[in-house]
Design a protein. Structure first.
Length: 520
């Protein structure tokens, strides 16, 4: 019962807003305040109210401000200079309201209105001791959406979605290099989106669905040469699923049609594509949670208006990205003894991508380009273990490792041939552990990123060093007069490692954060 847009995505994270729960009262209040290094202060409040047995709503609002002026060290051969980042402040506000209504036993509807506004400084790159920057960025985002669900009978069901999105980006750079001493970019995007999915379950083991999405995108900005593009997109997805005690097979095909018009310049050609996919899972042992998985998926990505039309960032000549993805995997869930649960997954994959859209970042100004052909080979390993030691103590461990070789196969005569594409590490790993105790909970987290290159040529000049970041968190939960209280303190980058995600942009070293949450 997904939307067609979900089927069309190469990879997808679906986020559902948590529906409020009520115990013996018809309201629920959660308040949180965070503070930390570099002037961080962020209060959040969420209030939920049950109007009736069938209707409830919640309101969530937050504010975040920080100076962000963290210290860093610059090394130049034998010279070491200590400095502080500038123009790194941020102030943002966010608010949302949700309403949930049960129409009948077989139907319900929910709606959301969301608002986000921010102003931030964009720190400059630290090049030849110069880190001066007067770049500012304002963002305003608003969307309203609704979803309706109906169970027609035991075999048929329907879901319908509607959404409107407004996004405004206002960028300013004050610099003598501009004729008027200042460069201003204002981009305004609007999207109108409708989706409907009809599902059919003819038997207990077989189900089908057809999803139709339509959306209109419009972009306007303050450039005299702006083409003012309008885009009509249609996505149609037909899917089927077979599920038995040991087999699960999913297949779908997505039809994409995109028509674009511009007021100035050459109108892009219509984009049309059929993208089939199939995935299967088989339980290897009848009474054990050991599964083998396989997938072949075709995806088609049309560049966004941001990719194509934003000043100094966009590339009007970008081509749509085509990819064929292959995956073989194994999932094993075992309980070797009482109290211990372990799940292990292993996946090997290969993606053949033509006209891959790659963003080479700085801060606001990213450069968009196509890589004619990219081959991506990789292995993903994950491990999750939960151990209930006794009634008072438990331990949870999660780990992941990725090996990914994403190489440019466009032109054998170029120096970049067979090189890793920009800003893509070959090695990435993550580890987290949480020890729950009566007095205190202790958490640990580590993330490791291998070496990356800032350009298509994998030379020492463009190499970014690997780094690992470690953090530790202490939490305490308690009840005070029927009020749930949670206190937390974390120390991030505990070894004060200086690293760069983007070349010439040093990241914060050791920093701390504390928070308090009350739940009524």
């Amino acid at each position: 019962m997904q939307s067609a847009r979900h089927y069309a995505a190469a990879g997808l994270l679906i986020i559902n807003t948590e529906k409020p729960s009520f115990d013996n009262r018809n309201w629920h209040l959660t308040a949180n305040v965070r503070g930390g290094s570099f002037g961080l202060f962020s209060p959040t409040i969420r209030f939920a109210h049950k109007i009736s047995e069938s209707t409830s709503f919640d309101i969530n609002t937050s504010l975040t401000r920080a100076d962000g002026n963290y210290p860093y060290t610059l090394k130049n051969i034998s010279e070491t200079i200590k400095a502080e980042r500038k123009n790194t402040d941020v102030f943002s506000t966010q608010a949302e309201a949700n309403i949930y209504h049960v129409i009948s036993r077989n139907s319900d509807i929910n709606a959301k209105v969301y608002y986000y506004s921010s102003e931030r400084g964009l720190p400059g790159g630290v090049i030849l001791y110069n880190d001066d920057s007067k770049e500012r960025l304002w963002d305003d985002n608003i969307f309203a959406q609704s979803m309706y669900r109906l169970k027609i009978n035991n075999k048929w069901k329907l879901q319908a979605r509607a959404k409107y999105t407004f996004a405004k980006s206002h960028y300013e750079d004050t610099n003598v290099k501009y004729p008027d001493g200042k460069q201003t970019d204002i981009n305004i995007q609007n999207e109108y989106y409708l989706s409907a999915t009809l599902g059919w379950n003819p038997t207990d083991i077989l189900s089908f669905a057809i999803a139709q999405d339509m959306f209109i995108n419009k972009l306007n900005n303050n450039l005299p040469t702006q083409p003012d593009p309008d885009r009509l997109s249609s996505l149609t997805a037909v899917s089927g699923k077979l599920k038995t005690n040991r087999w699960s097979i999913n297949a779908n095909i997505v039809a994409t049609y995109v028509k674009e018009s511009v007021d100035k310049g050459e109108t892009p050609a219509d984009r049309k594509r059929l993208s089939p996919s199939v995935a299967a899972s088989f339980r290897l042992l009848k009474d054990k949670s050991l599964f083998a998985r396989a997938m072949v998926k075709s995806t088609f990505r049309v560049p966004t208006f941001t990719d194509m039309y934003y000043l100094r960032m966009g590339n009007k000549n970008l081509k749509p990205e085509n990819a064929t993805e292959y995956n073989l995997g194994l999932t094993w869930h075992v309980k070797p003894f009482r109290g211990l649960s372990v799940e292990f997954t292993a996946d090997a994959y290969y993606n053949n991508v033509s006209d891959k859209i790659v963003a080479v970042p700085t801060t606001y100004v990213w450069k968009m380009t196509n890589f004619g052909e990219v081959h991506i080979k990789g292995v993903d390993l994950t491990l999750a273990a939960g151990w209930r030691i006794n009634s008072n103590y438990s331990l949870n461990i999660n780990g992941a490792y990725t090996l990914q070789c994403a190489v440019d196969k466009t032109d054998k005569s170029k120096e970049s041939y067979n090189n890793q594409i920009p800003y893509t590490p070959k090695h990435y790993s993550h580890l987290s552990a949480l020890l729950n105790m009566p007095l205190l909970n202790v958490g640990y987290k580590m993330s490791f990123y291998g070496e990356r290159y800032t350009m298509a040529q994998n030379t020492d000049e463009y190499r970014l060093s690997p780094y690992a970041e470690h953090s530790i968190t202490l939490t305490k939960e308690m009840d005070i007069s029927n009020i749930r209280v949670k206190l937390a303190a974390s120390l991030n980058n505990i070894f004060n490692k200086q690293y760069e995600v983007i070349q010439y942009y040093p990241m914060p070293g050791r920093n701390w954060m504390v928070s308090a949450t009350i739940d009524i």
